[in-house]
Ligand binder design. Sequence first.
Ligand code: ZN
Length: 241
Amino acid sequence: MTQVTVWNEFRHERKNPVVTAIYPQGMHAVLATALREQGFTVRTATLDEPEHGLSEAVLSQTEVLVWWGHLAHHEVADAVVERVKARVLAGMGLIVLHSGHFSKLFKALMGTSCDLKWREAGEIERLWVIEPAHPIAEGLPELIEIAQEEMYGERFDIPAPETLVLASWFAGGELFRSGCCYTRGQGKIFYFRPGHETYPTYHLPLVQRVIANAVRWAAPGQGPVPTFGHRPEPLSPLRAL
Ligand code: ZN
């Protein structure tokens, strides 16, 4: 079964009583439990652990990494960002959640600012499934409604997604590309928008379903390991025309 590491900055939960009440053990604990219930082998890692909990050993045993960060993107060591990025390029799946859009890791993999509009006003969010045949949409209704969320609005400064699975409408009128698929090297990346820390979003079964589907989709395939470089010996005899 796919081995998953759920990484969380884990600062809001320890600073803000509103967030503590929603996620007493941290949002990584809630996500890990939800993924274990889907049969995944899950460990967690947080910013304040040595090497942010993302040592070579941990990453070598991680097939899909889930990432939530916000307050402390700048505290994530560049060496760890490089290590994780290299693993993604080598085939590890990556699920970037909500404010992870501004992480060093996501920006490095996208190559753009990843900036957006935002407003924290407890708005209704309606996520529309716009690619119902995609594996990440499996088992979802046509529309997921979240009673209260932070608004993220376009433009979201990302490269055009290879597949856009979900798009959001907010009560205030903005739109947002909320479920974006990419390939970088051999790794699959999914950006999923919901998950502001002061709302109980990651307790919602349909949100958990999207994340579990995304983990399944992003897991490394069984294809050949590519090789590169100079080929002085041809595979078959070279013939003059
Ligand atoms: Zn937020």
